[in-house]
Design a protein around this ligand. Structure first.
Ligand SMILES: O=C(O)c1cc(=O)[nH]c(=O)n1[C@@H]1O[C@H](COP(=O)(O)O)[C@@H](O)[C@H]1O
Length: 234
Protein backbone atom coordinates (compact mmCIF):
# COMPACT_ATOMS: atom_id res chain seq x y z
CA UNK A 1 0.00 0.00 0.00
CA UNK A 2 1.43 3.40 -0.94
CA UNK A 3 1.61 6.12 1.68
CA UNK A 4 -1.19 8.12 0.04
CA UNK A 5 -3.53 5.12 0.38
CA UNK A 6 -3.27 4.94 4.20
CA UNK A 7 -6.48 6.40 5.64
CA UNK A 8 -6.28 8.99 8.45
CA UNK A 9 -7.89 6.42 10.78
CA UNK A 10 -5.09 3.95 10.14
CA UNK A 11 -2.49 6.58 10.97
CA UNK A 12 -3.61 6.70 14.62
CA UNK A 13 -2.18 4.09 17.00
CA UNK A 14 -3.77 4.21 20.45
CA UNK A 15 -1.43 3.18 23.28
CA UNK A 16 -3.21 0.77 25.65
CA UNK A 17 -1.21 1.75 28.72
CA UNK A 18 -3.44 0.09 31.31
CA UNK A 19 -2.73 -2.04 34.39
CA UNK A 20 -5.01 -4.88 33.30
CA UNK A 21 -6.61 -6.43 30.23
CA UNK A 22 -10.17 -5.62 31.36
CA UNK A 23 -9.47 -1.88 31.24
CA UNK A 24 -7.81 -2.19 27.81
CA UNK A 25 -10.69 -4.29 26.51
CA UNK A 26 -13.23 -1.72 27.71
CA UNK A 27 -11.45 1.07 25.81
CA UNK A 28 -11.16 -0.99 22.61
CA UNK A 29 -14.88 -1.76 22.83
CA UNK A 30 -15.66 1.94 23.39
CA UNK A 31 -13.56 3.07 20.40
CA UNK A 32 -15.12 0.45 18.11
CA UNK A 33 -14.46 0.86 14.39
CA UNK A 34 -13.00 4.35 14.83
CA UNK A 35 -9.60 2.93 15.85
CA UNK A 36 -7.93 0.04 14.03
CA UNK A 37 -4.39 0.04 15.46
CA UNK A 38 -3.39 -0.50 19.11
CA UNK A 39 -0.08 -0.42 20.92
CA UNK A 40 0.59 -2.85 23.76
CA UNK A 41 3.54 -1.74 25.85
CA UNK A 42 5.41 -2.88 28.93
CA UNK A 43 2.68 -2.32 31.51
CA UNK A 44 -0.06 -4.29 29.74
CA UNK A 45 2.34 -6.95 28.46
CA UNK A 46 3.27 -7.81 32.04
CA UNK A 47 -0.43 -7.90 32.94
CA UNK A 48 -1.51 -10.48 30.33
CA UNK A 49 -1.21 -8.30 27.25
CA UNK A 50 0.35 -10.90 24.96
CA UNK A 51 -2.75 -13.10 24.90
CA UNK A 52 -4.84 -9.95 24.56
CA UNK A 53 -2.69 -8.98 21.54
CA UNK A 54 -3.60 -12.30 19.91
CA UNK A 55 -7.30 -11.66 20.63
CA UNK A 56 -7.12 -8.19 19.10
CA UNK A 57 -5.45 -9.59 15.98
CA UNK A 58 -8.13 -12.28 15.72
CA UNK A 59 -10.81 -9.58 15.89
CA UNK A 60 -9.23 -7.76 12.94
CA UNK A 61 -7.22 -5.06 14.75
CA UNK A 62 -3.56 -4.37 14.12
CA UNK A 63 -1.14 -4.59 17.04
CA UNK A 64 2.08 -2.73 17.74
CA UNK A 65 4.05 -4.62 20.41
CA UNK A 66 6.17 -2.00 22.14
CA UNK A 67 8.77 -3.97 24.08
CA UNK A 68 11.76 -1.76 23.23
CA UNK A 69 14.05 -4.78 23.10
CA UNK A 70 17.74 -4.32 23.82
CA UNK A 71 19.89 -7.35 24.66
CA UNK A 72 22.57 -9.56 23.16
CA UNK A 73 22.01 -10.36 19.49
CA UNK A 74 20.85 -13.96 19.93
CA UNK A 75 18.19 -12.96 22.47
CA UNK A 76 16.88 -10.07 20.38
CA UNK A 77 16.76 -12.19 17.23
CA UNK A 78 14.78 -15.00 18.90
CA UNK A 79 12.41 -12.61 20.71
CA UNK A 80 11.73 -10.79 17.43
CA UNK A 81 11.01 -14.08 15.67
CA UNK A 82 8.58 -14.99 18.49
CA UNK A 83 6.79 -11.64 18.07
CA UNK A 84 6.54 -12.25 14.32
CA UNK A 85 5.06 -15.69 15.02
CA UNK A 86 2.33 -14.04 17.13
CA UNK A 87 1.18 -11.94 14.19
CA UNK A 88 1.85 -8.46 15.53
CA UNK A 89 2.45 -5.78 12.89
CA UNK A 90 5.08 -3.63 14.61
CA UNK A 91 7.78 -4.25 17.24
CA UNK A 92 10.19 -1.77 18.85
CA UNK A 93 13.86 -2.28 19.65
CA UNK A 94 16.34 0.33 20.82
CA UNK A 95 18.24 1.64 17.79
CA UNK A 96 21.72 0.31 18.60
CA UNK A 97 23.46 -1.26 15.57
CA UNK A 98 23.82 -4.76 17.12
CA UNK A 99 20.24 -4.81 18.35
CA UNK A 100 18.83 -3.52 15.04
CA UNK A 101 20.73 -6.11 13.00
CA UNK A 102 19.59 -8.96 15.26
CA UNK A 103 15.96 -7.80 15.08
CA UNK A 104 16.13 -7.46 11.29
CA UNK A 105 17.35 -11.07 11.16
CA UNK A 106 14.60 -12.27 13.50
CA UNK A 107 11.90 -10.60 11.39
CA UNK A 108 13.22 -11.95 8.09
CA UNK A 109 10.61 -13.70 5.99
CA UNK A 110 7.71 -12.45 8.13
CA UNK A 111 5.26 -9.55 7.85
CA UNK A 112 6.55 -8.01 11.12
CA UNK A 113 7.97 -4.51 10.83
CA UNK A 114 10.73 -3.61 13.26
CA UNK A 115 11.04 0.00 14.44
CA UNK A 116 14.21 1.38 16.02
CA UNK A 117 13.63 3.77 18.94
CA UNK A 118 15.96 6.74 18.35
CA UNK A 119 15.85 8.96 21.46
CA UNK A 120 12.88 8.70 23.84
CA UNK A 121 10.47 11.64 23.66
CA UNK A 122 10.83 12.16 27.42
CA UNK A 123 14.55 12.94 26.96
CA UNK A 124 16.25 16.25 26.22
CA UNK A 125 19.95 17.12 25.91
CA UNK A 126 20.36 17.29 29.70
CA UNK A 127 18.85 13.81 30.14
CA UNK A 128 21.29 12.37 27.58
CA UNK A 129 24.20 14.09 29.33
CA UNK A 130 23.00 12.66 32.67
CA UNK A 131 23.03 9.20 31.06
CA UNK A 132 26.65 9.69 30.01
CA UNK A 133 26.23 10.54 26.34
CA UNK A 134 28.40 13.29 24.82
CA UNK A 135 26.01 13.78 21.88
CA UNK A 136 22.85 15.85 22.16
CA UNK A 137 19.39 14.77 21.00
CA UNK A 138 19.76 15.91 17.41
CA UNK A 139 23.07 14.16 16.77
CA UNK A 140 21.92 11.02 18.53
CA UNK A 141 18.64 10.87 16.59
CA UNK A 142 20.53 11.31 13.31
CA UNK A 143 22.99 8.57 14.19
CA UNK A 144 20.30 6.12 15.31
CA UNK A 145 18.06 6.76 12.30
CA UNK A 146 21.06 6.07 10.05
CA UNK A 147 21.77 2.86 11.99
CA UNK A 148 18.16 1.74 11.47
CA UNK A 149 18.42 2.39 7.74
CA UNK A 150 21.75 0.55 7.51
CA UNK A 151 20.43 -2.46 9.46
CA UNK A 152 17.50 -2.72 7.06
CA UNK A 153 14.66 -2.50 9.62
CA UNK A 154 11.31 -1.07 8.49
CA UNK A 155 11.58 2.26 10.24
CA UNK A 156 12.01 4.31 13.39
CA UNK A 157 10.27 5.80 16.38
CA UNK A 158 11.15 9.45 16.92
CA UNK A 159 9.68 12.61 18.38
CA UNK A 160 7.38 14.52 16.03
CA UNK A 161 9.84 17.41 16.32
CA UNK A 162 12.52 15.14 14.76
CA UNK A 163 10.30 13.67 12.03
CA UNK A 164 11.41 15.90 9.13
CA UNK A 165 15.09 15.31 9.88
CA UNK A 166 14.51 11.57 10.26
CA UNK A 167 12.50 11.37 7.04
CA UNK A 168 15.47 12.82 5.15
CA UNK A 169 17.66 10.04 6.58
CA UNK A 170 15.38 7.01 6.18
CA UNK A 171 13.94 8.05 2.81
CA UNK A 172 10.37 7.83 1.54
CA UNK A 173 10.09 4.07 2.12
CA UNK A 174 11.12 4.20 5.80
CA UNK A 175 8.30 4.04 8.32
CA UNK A 176 8.35 7.09 10.63
CA UNK A 177 6.20 6.66 13.75
CA UNK A 178 5.94 9.43 16.34
CA UNK A 179 4.74 9.29 19.96
CA UNK A 180 4.91 12.48 22.03
CA UNK A 181 1.82 13.75 20.26
CA UNK A 182 -0.41 16.23 22.04
CA UNK A 183 -3.51 17.92 20.62
CA UNK A 184 -3.42 21.67 21.34
CA UNK A 185 -4.06 22.34 25.02
CA UNK A 186 -3.65 18.68 26.12
CA UNK A 187 -1.70 17.82 29.26
CA UNK A 188 1.98 17.26 28.34
CA UNK A 189 2.71 14.85 31.24
CA UNK A 190 6.27 13.45 31.17
CA UNK A 191 6.82 14.13 27.45
CA UNK A 192 9.44 16.74 26.48
CA UNK A 193 9.63 16.73 22.66
CA UNK A 194 6.04 17.06 21.48
CA UNK A 195 3.87 18.33 18.61
CA UNK A 196 0.20 18.27 17.62
CA UNK A 197 -1.18 15.47 15.40
CA UNK A 198 -1.34 17.82 12.38
CA UNK A 199 2.22 19.08 12.90
CA UNK A 200 3.52 15.51 13.31
CA UNK A 201 1.89 14.51 10.04
CA UNK A 202 3.12 17.62 8.21
CA UNK A 203 6.65 16.88 9.44
CA UNK A 204 6.50 13.50 7.75
CA UNK A 205 5.16 11.04 10.34
CA UNK A 206 3.42 8.06 8.71
CA UNK A 207 1.70 7.17 11.96
CA UNK A 208 1.28 8.74 15.39
CA UNK A 209 1.08 7.03 18.78
CA UNK A 210 -1.33 8.60 21.27
CA UNK A 211 -1.94 7.37 24.80
CA UNK A 212 -3.28 9.58 27.57
CA UNK A 213 -4.89 12.27 25.37
CA UNK A 214 -7.31 9.47 24.35
CA UNK A 215 -7.23 6.98 27.24
CA UNK A 216 -7.57 9.62 29.98
CA UNK A 217 -10.08 11.80 28.09
CA UNK A 218 -13.56 12.26 29.54
CA UNK A 219 -14.83 10.99 26.17
CA UNK A 220 -12.14 8.79 24.55
CA UNK A 221 -14.17 8.20 21.38
CA UNK A 222 -14.62 11.95 20.79
CA UNK A 223 -10.91 12.52 21.49
CA UNK A 224 -9.90 9.82 18.99
CA UNK A 225 -12.29 11.18 16.37
CA UNK A 226 -10.88 14.69 16.79
CA UNK A 227 -7.33 13.40 16.29
CA UNK A 228 -8.31 11.47 13.15
CA UNK A 229 -10.08 14.59 11.80
CA UNK A 230 -6.97 16.65 12.53
CA UNK A 231 -4.82 14.10 10.66
CA UNK A 232 -7.25 14.16 7.74
CA UNK A 233 -6.91 17.92 7.50
CA UNK A 234 -3.11 17.98 7.71
O1 LIG B 1 8.09 3.47 21.58
C1 LIG B 1 7.16 4.20 21.94
O2 LIG B 1 6.01 3.98 21.60
C2 LIG B 1 7.52 5.43 22.67
C3 LIG B 1 8.75 5.99 22.39
C4 LIG B 1 9.05 7.27 22.87
O3 LIG B 1 10.12 7.82 22.59
N1 LIG B 1 8.13 7.91 23.63
C5 LIG B 1 6.93 7.36 23.96
O4 LIG B 1 6.13 8.03 24.63
N2 LIG B 1 6.62 6.09 23.53
C6 LIG B 1 5.34 5.45 23.95
O5 LIG B 1 4.25 6.18 23.41
C7 LIG B 1 3.19 6.27 24.36
C8 LIG B 1 2.90 7.71 24.63
O6 LIG B 1 1.87 7.82 25.55
P1 LIG B 1 1.22 9.22 25.94
O7 LIG B 1 2.32 10.12 26.42
O8 LIG B 1 0.25 8.86 27.03
O9 LIG B 1 0.55 9.74 24.68
C9 LIG B 1 3.63 5.48 25.59
O10 LIG B 1 3.03 4.20 25.50
C10 LIG B 1 5.12 5.37 25.47
O11 LIG B 1 5.61 4.15 25.97
Amino acid sequence: MSDAEISPRDRLIVALDFPNVAAAEALVWQLGDDVAFYKIGLELTIAGGLDFASELIKSGKKVFLDLKLHDIGNTVEKATAAAAERGVSLLTVHAYPQTLKAAAKGAQGSALKVLGVTVLTSYDDADLAAAGYAAGVEEMVRRRAASAREAGVAGVICAPTDAAMVRAIVGPAGLVVTPGVRPAGADVGDQKRIATPADARRAGADMIVVGRPVTAAADPLAAAREIVAELAGA
